[in-house]
Ligand binder design. Structure first.
Ligand SMILES: [Zn+2]
Length: 51
């Protein structure tokens, strides 16, 4: 079973839209909803880091 590391949503198998990030602690799953939100957050952070 996969559990979203961000919101705790779970799924039986890797559903479409979920992303897996391989960290030193192991794979970290993110559901489609959080992927979209996190993508915006990452883009925002990158923008602020540029300045
Ligand atoms: Zn999630």
């Amino acid at each position: 079973m996969l559990i979203c590391a961000w919101c705790g949503a779970n799924a039986e198998a890797a559903p479409l839209g979920w992303t897996v990030e391989f960290t030193r602690r192991g794979p970290k799953y993110m559901c489609d909803h959080c992927s979209r939100e996190n993508l915006c957050a990452i883009e925002g952070r990158l923008e602020t880091e540029l300045f």
